[in-house]
Design a protein around this ligand. Structure first.
Ligand code: BGC
Length: 791
């Protein structure tokens, strides 16, 4: 079980702990306590090995296709965390002997993992163990580990193997060619591995420092090497109460690193550079490196985002910190050739690929909190235009059709073709999303619109943003199908956000988002014609906008946009949904695990039922309400409410993307208790008591969703067609809340109670915002009383 209340004093609501060692559910803490810095992600497997462990180290962007019929994925890089320990010759394992005072703990504040326990060996020797590690935010290439062992009662001989193990694979697939290995000075180890298809070199160096009772020892380890593996074996005699300390500092470098600074790349140079870095780190030592790392966390994360919640349930504060922690370590802030993977860098799930999860669920956090990272993530999409154009051409369309799953920017579509078992046929199900889940192109356009409105970053728009919006609009224009009978454009045979409906016609989300994308392109084109004709000329040369613009205009006018029914205001999710069979969904609504419906029905059968996987129409409301379409669409509260109460009971929240959106919507329609309970559920997707749901990795979009539910939902911050609006609705459990957002290039700190709101404009540049329909201007600090509808 995961515990939330271990932190006391300064560490209150900062510690995520596991108090018991459970060899059957190792995946939970390995994933939710994983360490990283956006460059790499290290799963928190224990030092000593166990049958059901998953040991993972991923470096962003190192995609490789292991074989002809495989999909490109992030390879599992060599392991440096494993220590095979023997006590008087017997293998140390918590599955034997007796364990007392066990704790495995992630300190979110310092991003350091700690494990402590007292272990009595089967022969009755009592030893105290402590392990610590962190993946540095200060030096992105560094993994630091420390082990302490003390014999409490008798003399013991401790032996341990420590090294670099490249016998790793991805569920059996081997990505690396055998590389060179070497040991320097009997203490520093180096291993080189090269991906077999993308030919990326990875160099790993580990240095060791051994002390007993704080005195450094020149240990004389045995040096070993075997296939894909190199390691040292130490034998150390300890007297009672002697304290053995082992520091292992590892650097990881790849030939894809952006910061390489090598003119003519050779593996030798990479080896030298990375070894030097490891040796420099070794001179500094664990504690000093930890200090620089925690400073980096303090300065760039905790003191920058300043998110504080005072709640009757202290867990809420912990959960928000947990989401900020994960959002930080999943984001490749250092390199705009990389996106965020659906599982961050915490597991093999979804192969390190990026989905719409980034633009719709994660990016809002960065846009409002750390726009430089948002910019890098959107530039990744710009870099992906080559692949998007290729996909459009391959499918007979124009413009840019973004891949449903993306890896390296030039890869284009990388969605696997086959998935899990079909319970009726016994075969693998076909995965259609790579071909017909197309809304992602409009989702990216939406994210750019949001980024621009919040940051006013014209430079980004001129270089990257407009081009993406114009070319995705051209994709939609070519994608629309003319229905001669109805004299309107349709989008047929797609999958919307609700992936339980395949090959549907006129999924409302897709049609409206395509319409938004076209209208956005038209608006920006017209504005640029007046304000920056030179840029239009440049873009016209590239994209033939003169031909494209009238087509966008004529087609946008005639897209079929499903309307609310006069009777009950429900908008059909697609052409057939409302006519499908309704079944009793109680069993699935109360499920402990996700997607249990697949145990009873195959995808074809689910297609015939009124059952929804995740927010679809409801997500549309939330998105369009932030845009200039808000007025035209007349999405009144009555319509939102009618659709919420129609679709929510049919939604199984079988994707982690669903709960937070529903929480925000529940808040919008004034159902405060439901909003809070959905928020709580969304925080539990990874942090909650379910011990297996994070095995394949954490749910990156859900981490963004937790932040969104708090800031867009409860604090009521919302972008509305370029305006900043604030309509707080704190849940009754929350007493106050504080946080900093970035608005048009400056930090704004908000402090909210149930009835008052203070806005502090940090750089004293005047801003305007709207609170409960009243406009305010401020260039310093303002305190406002507001009417709390949730009191
Ligand atoms: C969801 C998608 C999501 C993907 C990756 C799927 O289960 O239905 O919307 O993009 O997971 O998180």
């Amino acid at each position: 079980m995961i515990k939330y209340s271990h932190g006391k004093g300064d560490l209150e609501n900062w510690l995520v702990s596991e108090e018991e060692f459970q060899p059957d559910t190792l995946g939970k803490s390995e994933a939710i306590m994983y360490l990283g810095n956006g460059y790499m992600g290290l799963r928190s497997a224990t030092e000593e090995p166990y049958m059901k462990e998953t040991r993972n180290l991923f470096v962003g962007g190192t995609f490789n296709k292991a074989g002809e019929n495989e999909v490109t994925e992030l390879p599992n890089i060599a392991d440096v965390t494993r220590f095979d320990i023997r006590v008087d010759g017997d293998q140390f394992s918590l599955e034997f002997g007796k364990t007392k005072d066990y704790i495995k703990q992630l300190n979110l504040k310092t991003a350091e993992l700690r494990r402590y326990f007292v272990w009595t060996s089967p022969r009755g020797k009592v030893l105290q163990f402590e392990f610590k590690r962190f993946v540095s935010l200060d030096n992105l290439h560094l993994i630091s580990m420390k082990m302490f062992v003390k014999s409490l009662t008798e003399p013991v001989k401790i032996s341990f193997d420590t090294g670099i193990d490249a016998q790793m694979n991805n569920s059996g697939s081997q990505h690396f060619l055998e590389g060179e290995r070497r040991i320097f000075d009997k203490k520093d180890i180096q291993l080189v591995q090269t991906t077999n298809e993308s030919k990326i070199d990875v160099v790993i160096n580990s240095t060791h420092r051994i002390t007993i009772n704080d005195e450094q020892r020149i240990a004389d380890p045995e040096m070993n090497m075997s296939r894909r593996k190199v390691w040292l074996t130490y034998d150390i005699n300890l007297r009672p109460n002697d304290r053995l300390e082992v520091e292992k500092l590892t650097t990881v470098y790849t030939s894809r690193d952006k910061d390489l600074d090598i003119t003519e790349y050779t593996t030798r140079q990479l080896r030298e550079k990375s070894l030097n870095d490891a040796r420099n780190c070794a001179m500094k030592g664990y504690d000093s490196l930890l200090h620089s790392h925690t400073e980096a966390w303090n300065n760039s994360i905790w003191n920058a985002y300043k998110l504080e919640i005072n709640s009757d349930n202290p867990y809420d504060q912990l959960a928000l910190r947990f989401s900020l922690y994960h959002l930080t370590i999943m984001a490749p802030a250092h390199d705009e050739r990389m996106g965020i993977a659906a599982k961050g860098l915490s597991g093999e799930g979804y192969k390190g690929h990026s989905f719409w999860d980034t633009e719709i669920f994660i990016l809002p956090f960065f846009i409002f909190s750390n726009p430089a990272v948002a910019k890098s993530l959107l530039t990744y999409r710009y870099n992906g235009l080559t692949g998007a154009r290729k996909k459009a051409r391959e499918n007979g369309y124009s413009g840019a059709m973004f891949p449903w799953e993306a890896a390296w920017p030039s890869d284009g579509e990388v969605t696997p073709k086959l998935g899990d078992i079909d319970i009726v046929t016994g075969e693998q199900t076909k995965i259609w999303s790579g071909i017909i889940e197309q809304h992602i192109s409009a989702d990216i356009a939406f994210a750019i619109y949001q980024y621009f409105n919040v940051t006013a970053d014209h430079e980004f728009m001129d270089h990257y943003g407009y081009e993406i919006i114009f070319d995705t609009a051209s994709f939609w224009a070519s994608r629309l199908e003319w229905d001669a009978g109805k004299q309107e454009y349709h989008i047929n045979k797609v999958i919307g956000p609700d992936e339980y409906k395949e090959h549907v016609n006129n999924n409302a989300f897709t049609n409206y988002m395509a319409f938004f994308n076209l209208k956005l392109a038209i608006r920006y084109y017209e504005a640029l014609m007046k304000e920056n004709p030179r840029l239009i000329e440049v873009l016209n040369n590239k994209l033939d906008l003169k031909t494209a613009y009238p087509i966008w205009q004529s087609k946008a006018k005639k897209i079929y946009l499903p309307q609310p029914s006069e009777e009950d205001l429900v908008i059909p999710q697609d052409d057939t949904y409302l006519k499908l069979k309704e079944i009793d969904l109680t069993k699935y609504k109360n499920q402990e695990k996700l997607r249990t419906i697949y145990r009873d029905y195959n995808p074809e059968q689910i297609n015939t039922l009124q059952v929804t996987k995740q927010a679809d129409i409801l997500l549309l409301f939330y998105l369009l309400n932030q845009t200039f379409l808000r007025e035209d669409m007349q999405l009144s509260n009555a319509i939102k409410e009618a659709n919420f109460y129609y679709y929510e009971p049919k939604t199984l929240h079988d994707s982690s993307l669903s709960l937070a959106t529903h929480s925000i919507l529940a808040n919008d329609i004034g159902d405060a208790d439901l909003a809070y309970s959905l928020f709580r559920k969304s925080t539990e997707v990874d942090l909650g008591p379910q011990m297996n749901t994070s095995d394949d990795g954490i749910h990156a979009a859900s981490m963004g969703g937790i932040w969104k539910a708090a800031i867009f939902g409860f604090a009521g911050i919302r972008l509305v067609d370029g305006k900043l609006t604030i309509n707080p609705k704190l849940p009754k459990q929350w007493h106050h809340m504080k946080f900093t957002i970035q608005w048009k290039g400056q930090p704004i700190t908000l402090f909210l109670t149930k009835t008052t709101l203070s806005v502090k404009v940090e750089n004293k540049k005047k801003i305007e915002f709207e609170i409960q329909d009243q406009i305010y201007a401020c260039d310093d600090e303002i305190n406002i009383e507001y009417e709390n509808k949730n009191r």
